[in-house]
Write a protein that binds this ligand. Structure first.
Ligand code: PEP
Ligand code: MN
Length: 361
């Protein structure tokens, strides 16, 4: 971890399984990370019935014993109002709402009701299973509206249909959107549930650090291969230490002090290009409007597929010659073309509406 103590660390097993498992894991984590929060699922939302569903309230007693001997604060997942009540009764330090709960605004609202006025216990909100940033924001807003003071978001990836190297697709643009819309909210990453295996963990954790995320939640188990849930993705506290030591952690915006440096010059150049880009886009939209009118007057359909294909082909060729990524050019041109079609349709609409009202007048 760097000097500022970043990333904030939440480590511990997927599930609390026994007092011995919790104590051993916590002791080994505390050796290097005495300020970490120990995570442990007590009620497990399992995809299929019959899998290990957690030991429930009893594990909260174990977690308190482990806290007394290691000093580690602990975090558990809450999915129902009863979970919240029991967790609070057993003096939980941090709660998190899991991905399967965040998808359901009724469930989140029920949790918000019992969390009303809870000032001292932070609540972490994982992203919903599907890639919908507004559903995630909505859940955070419900918890905020309940008056909970300390809230963090946790990025744990998104379910996708079909093959992927990840258990849950990271879709990094979604946490970036969240950070853009809620810049003051702490944002953590859960590389374990994104990766789903040990090999990809450090890659995902590094990406989270490159995106200036504030903390990591990593499933850590004293004997990962014997874990009763998520065995494939858990690592020992020792491997956790190696992983964290290997991370490159850069300075974030407010840590960069020298504003007259090379970075500032480069940023000025980017700003100038951005100004030019938007001016050019505005000019292009102006021509699209004129083309829309011309097509209407001469009875030409708005979409001319051969023309569009030719435009795209030319720009892909330009891009290739200049070393710009093909996917990038294609995506940008798709947006530009969509906007052109929409502007042309609007300009025709406005005209025909105008004609209608003239006729009526
Ligand atoms: C977990 O953290 O063990 C868990 C169930 O996570 P998620 O809600 O992200 O699936
Ligand atoms: Mn898990």
């Amino acid at each position: 971890m760097n000097q500022s103590g970043k990333p904030f660390l939440i480590a511990g097993p997927c599930s609390a399984e026994s007092p011995a498992q919790l104590l051993q894991t916590a002791k080994d984590i505390a050796l290097n990370y005495p300020n970490a929060v120990l995570r442990a699922g007590v009620w497990k939302p399992r995809t299929r019935p019959g899998s290990f569903e957690g030991v429930g309230e009893e594990a909260l007693i174990w977690l308190n014993e482990v806290k007394a001997s290691t000093g580690l604060r602990f975090a558990v997942e809450v999915a129902t109002p009863l979970h919240v009540e029991l967790a609070l009764k057993h003096k939980v330090d941090v709660m998190w709402i899991g991905a399967r709960t965040v998808v359901n605004p009724f469930s989140v609202q029920e949790l918000a009701e019992v969390l009303k006025g809870i000032k001292e216990v932070p609540v972490m909100v994982k992203n919903p299973i599907h890639p919908d940033v507004n559903l995630w924001i909505g859940a955070i807003e419900r918890i905020m509206t309940a008056g909970v003071d300390k809230i963090a978001a946790v990025h744990r990836g998104f379910h996708q249909y079909g093959n992927s190297q990840f258990r849950n697709e990271p879709a990094w643009e979604i946490p970036i959107q969240l950070k853009t819309q809620m810049p003051d909210l702490a944002l953590f990453c859960d590389p374990s549930h994104i990766a789903g295996n040990r090999t990809l963990l450090s890659f995902v954790a590094q990406r989270a650090m490159d995106l200036d995320m504030d903390g990591l939640m990593i499933e850590t188990h004293c004997t990962p291969d014997l874990a009763l849930s998520d065995a494939k993705q858990q690592i020992t506290p020792e491997v956790l230490h190696e992983l964290l030591n290997g991370l490159r952690i850069g300075q974030s915006e407010n840590e960069i002090i020298d504003s007259s440096n090379e970075l500032q010059k480069l940023r000025n150049s980017i700003d100038a290009i951005d100004d030019e880009l938007v001016q050019l886009l505005a000019k292009r939209v102006g021509y699209s409007k004129k083309i829309g009118n011309y097509k209407q007057e001469n009875n030409i359909t708005i979409l001319q597929i051969r023309r569009w294909k030719k435009t795209l082909k030319n720009q892909l060729k330009n891009g290739a010659a200049l070393g710009v990524d093909e996917k990038f050019v294609r995506a940008i041109y798709q947006l530009i073309h969509d906007e052109s079609i929409s502007v042309q349709s609007q300009s025709q609409q406005v005209k025909s509406d105008g004609k209608e009202s003239l006729k009526k007048a």
